[in-house]
Structure formats: structure tokens, C-alpha cells
Design a protein around this ligand. Structure first.
Ligand code: B12
Length: 431
């Protein structure tokens, strides 16, 4: 029987800021592949070593190896692909995820194929055809290659670059739930218990975000906002609870965008004894919604306040005012929900005084947690195209928070000191 291996090439770093979640992309695809009756195993590298993963793959003997990649994982992705090619010369190696979506051509050579964007149906169907028709990597052209959305191939004498898709809600409704079977839940729960006393895992309820913040990149889900059916979401939450988790990280790009959906989620969530956290925009929320969120177990919201300067918010194309940001903090705080805020300092085009306004704002609001980053020009963002001298091939293995990866008009040492001082002042205030 043919076997598919889905690899998540992240090895835990034990950095204090590290947050551990199992890869939902691999779990989602494993759900689809299992529904098609294809034997699939997820190799989540998080708690293992390179050698352990190599040994596990050797005993599994995969026919197709799919590797997820994003901006911080490209080095690991290529190292694993090299090992797979050496161990299994005949197996088909496929890349997917945010970075292959943006730069599929970088994956030529070591990878036989790339799937760009949302691949819920296209990749599993491709695997099914490959397996059923007993195709080998040299005979890919015998497949109906132009029928798989997002497929990109530059090898084997082929030139395929199919358009990507955003699956509509009515199709998403019929999707299977992510298959979390292969994850080391005990290890994830232990890591979270040590981190904050909870047993947290991630879930996705909506896809996409209609906004276009200058620094953001949404290579996979894009601008089209879609909601999953809440019956499926709650079936998944029940499965997660049975796996022993008591807390959810709602990883949606814009969970609080659709108030009707959010309120219905809260009504169904109330009384379940599972708490949750999410990112929220600062606009659109009112007192009643914040209260409902609190009653439904929301313990923390993360707000991208970004700046204490209206002019800088405009540079970032936030489509939210400083006043809306401030109101949102008070609103959630009043509802009894903890509020964490992200700020960006040293944005191209801002001034020293706007940076100072940001530090001041962070210290005056009733916030429970704050964090500062310098701009992180994500591939696929407008910021990335604008700033000079970014090395597009650079692998950001570190979660880079205070070092510029492009040539900036601001002094990173000065910013580092200001950030450290503000963090100390914040900690003093909290005492
Ligand atoms: C949860 C999350 C995290 C979690 C953990 C992620 C995890 N374990 O998966 C945490 C909070 C730790 C995190 C951290 C970071 N993250 Co993050 N994260 C996300 C988030 C919000 C959701 C991920 C998710 O579960 N998606 C749901 C699944 C279903 O989607 P998916 O993984 O894309 O899978 C689909 C396709 O990509 C494809 N697919 C996936 N895998 C494969 C494999 C194969 C073989 C194939 C063919 C297809 C395929 O099929 C799936 C179904 O369609 C995404 C944004 C997003 N909306 O996806 C950002 C995102 C992935 N993160 C991003 C970034 C930048 C980071 C950080 C660098 C942030 C920072 N400054 O520190 C760090 C780096 C972490 C690290 N050390 O490597 C970027 C990546 C951008 C890029 N160009 O690569 C994203 C896209 C956010 C953004 N808007 O920019 N992140």
C-alpha cells in the first residue's frame, strides 16, 4: 500500500518566547487524505531530532513526502528534503505552505512539485491519482496536471503553474476535520503547562482577512474572508477536549471580523469550561460583544495596536485610528478580558517622536502584556517590496524581534534600549 508522509520541519528551540502548536495544515491535509482512504502519517519534528525523524521515515518508507515551509523554516525544509532524496530516491517530494506559495521556483531541483495556496482538495486528489495510477516521479506527465489547483512544476521537463483557489464556504462546509492523531499531545500539553498553566492548542474557525496592512502577508488564505460551519467547529472543539486540552488559541487571521459569527460562537461556547484567546481587530467590537466573549471563556485578546501615532498607523495602512485602538483596550479590559498588545517601532517613514508616542501609549493603557518588534518585512507584504536590501533568500531561523533584516533609517541599538526601558517600566507598573 502506498504511503504519504507529511513533515512539519520545526524543531523546538526552547526560546522563552516559543509557542508550540501542532501544524494544522498537515492535520487538515491528513484529514482529507484519510477520507480518500490513503495511508498518511504526520511527522511533526517539534519534539524530535533530525536523526529521530530520519529513523522514523526509514521505518515508514513513504512514497510521497510532503513538507510544509514558511519563512523561518526554509533551512530545515531543504535539509530534510535532501535527506529524503538520499534515503528514498524514488519517492515524490512535494512542498506546500506560505513560503512555497510565494516563491515556488525556489523549490525546484530538490522538490518534484509545489502546491501553492489552499490545497485542501487539490493535493489529496493529486496523491490519490498518483497512487491509484501507480505513477512514478519520472512519469508525472501522465497525470491530468492542469486539473490540480495551485500545482507548480518546473522539473521533469514540465512547466506547470496552475492558478490558486480560495475554497468557498459551501465547499469548506463539507471538509473533514483536521486529523490530530499523530501529534504528541502529552508533550504539547506539558510544554503549555510549564508555560502558563494551561493545556492550549490551536484551531482555525475562519479563513482570510479583507484588510491590507502594509506589513502583513496572507499568502495562503488571502483577502477572501470565509467562515467554517460552527457545527463542524464545535465537533472539532469536542475532539480537542477529549484529547485533554482545556484551552484554545484561535489562530484565525481575523476571528472577530464577523460579529454575528462571533456572537454565535460565544453563545455555543458558554458553559463548556474551555477558555480561549484570539487576535482581534480594534474596530467593530462593542461592550455587549466583549461581555459575551468574557462569558464564553475568552481569557485574553491580542490587539495589533502597532503605534501610538496616527500618522504611523496611516503609513501602515491599518484602517483603524489611534482612538479606536485605545477604545478597544478599555472595552476588553472593562469586560474582564486580559489585553495584550503588539507594537511595531521604527517603521519606514515614521519619526523618533512617533516612536516615543508608541512607548508612551504602551505605558498609559490598562494592558496586561506588551511586545515590541521592529518591522519584519514578510515576503508577500507591501513593506517587503518597499524596503531596501532585504535578502530574499535569507532564512529567518530566529523569531526576529529587534534586529532589522533590511537597511533601516533607525538605529537598532537605540531601539533595543528604548524597548528594554519600556519593558522594565511596564513590569514595574504591573507590580
Ligand atoms: C498559528 C500560527 C503560528 C503559531 C504556530 C504555527 C504552527 N505550529 O503551525 C505561532 C504563534 C508559534 C507562530 C509563530 C510564527 N509565525 Co505564524 N502563523 C500562524 C497562523 C496564524 C496560523 C497557522 C495555521 O494553523 N494555519 C491553518 C492551516 C490550515 O493553514 P496552512 O498551514 O497554511 O495550511 C494550508 C496550506 O498552506 C497547505 N499546506 C500546508 N502544509 C502543506 C504541506 C504540503 C506538502 C502541501 C502540498 C500543502 C500544505 O494546505 C493547507 C490547507 O489548505 C498563520 C497564518 C495563517 N492564517 O495560516 C501564521 C503564519 C504561518 N506565521 C507567520 C510568521 C511570520 C510567524 C513568525 C515568524 C512570527 C514572528 N515574527 O515571530 C513565527 C515563527 C515561528 C517559528 N519559530 O518558526 C507567517 C508566515 C509568512 C511566510 N511568508 O512564511 C504567517 C502566514 C502569518 C502571516 N500573516 O504572515 N505562527
Amino acid at each position: 500500500m502506498s504511503r504519504i508522509a507529511m513533515i512539519f520541519p520545526y524543531f523546538r528551540t526552547r526560546s522563552p518566547t516559543e509557542m508550540l502548536f501542532p501544524p494544522l495544515g498537515a492535520a487538515t491535509l491528513a484529514g482529507h487524505l484519510s477520507r480518500l482512504g490513503i495511508e498518511t502519517r504526520i511527522f511533526d519534528c517539534t519534539f524530535g531530532t533530525f536523526r529521530q525523524v530520519q529513523r522514523a521515515l526509514n521505518s515508514y518508507q513513504p512514497d510521497i513526502v510532503g513538507i510544509y515551509s514558511m519563512v523561518t523554516l526554509s533551512r530545515n525544509t531543504f535539509q530534510i528534503a535532501e535527506m529524503v532524496r538520499a534515503s528514498f530516491p524514488d519517492s515524490l517530494i512535494v512542498a506546500g505552505g506560505p513560503l512555497p506559495t510565494l516563491y515556488p521556483e525556489h523549490y525546484g531541483g530538490q522538490f518534484d512539485a509545489v502546491f501553492r495556496g489552499e490545497t485542501d482538495q487539490s493535493f489529496p486528489r493529486f496523491c490519490q491519482d498518483y497512487v491509484n495510477q501507480k505513477i512514478s516521479r519520472q512519469r508525472l506527465k501522465e497525470l491530468p496536471l492542469d486539473t490540480y489547483a495551485g500545482l507548480f512544476i518546473r522539473d521533469h521537463g514540465l512547466q506547470v503553474n496552475n492558478p490558486t483557489v480560495h475554497y468557498p464556504e459551501r465547499e469548506i462546509e463539507s471538509f473533514p476535520l483536521p486529523d490530530r492523531r499523530d501529534f504528541d499531545h502529552a508533550a504539547y500539553q506539558k510544554a503549555w503547562l510549564q508555560r502558563d498553566g494551561s493545556k492550549t492548542t490551536s484551531i482555525i474557525t475562519t479563513l482570510g482577512c479583507p484588510f491590507n496592512c502594509d506589513f502583513c502577508s496572507r499568502p495562503v488564505f488571502g483577502n477572501v474572508f470565509r467562515r467554517r460551519n460552527l457545527d463542524a467547529v464545535f465537533e472539532e472543539i469536542e475532539q480537542i477536549r477529549l484529547l485533554g486540552y482545556d484551552s484554545l488559541w484561535i489562530a484565525d487571521d481575523n476571528f472577530t471580523l464577523n460579529l454575528a459569527y462571533l456572537k454565535e460562537f460565544c453563545r455555543r461556547m458558554a458553559g463548556r469550561k474551555i477558555n480561549w484567546s484570539c487576535l482581534s481587530r480594534v474596530t467593530g467590537i462593542d461592550d455587549e460583544t466583549a461581555r459575551l466573549m468574557k462569558e464564553a471563556g475568552c481569557r485574553r485578546v491580542y490587539l495589533g495596536l502597532e503605534s501610538g501615532s496616527q500618522a504611523t498607523l496611516q503609513l501602515m495602512n491599518k484602517k483603524a485610528t489611534l482612538e479606536e485602538g485605545i477604545n478597544a483596550v478599555h472595552l476588553f479590559h472593562k469586560a474582564g478580558i486580559k489585553v495584550a498588545a503588539f507594537f511595531i517601532v521604527g517603521y519606514p517613514g515614521e519619526t523618533v517622536s512617533s516612536i516615543e508616542e508608541t512607548f508612551k501609549l504602551a505605558l498609559t493603557l490598562p494592558l496586561d502584556d506588551i511586545s515590541f518588534n521592529v518591522p519584519f518585512p514578510l515576503p508577500g507584504s507591501k513593506l517587503f517590496d518597499r524596503v531596501s536590501k532585504v535578502d530574499k533568500n535569507k532564512d529567518w531561523t530566529e523569531e526576529n524581534e529587534v534586529t532589522f533584516v533590511y537597511s533601516s533609517e533607525f538605529d537598532s541599538e537605540w531601539l533595543r534600549r528604548q524597548i528594554a526601558q519600556t519593558m522594565t517600566a511596564f513590569a514595574e507598573k504591573k507590580k
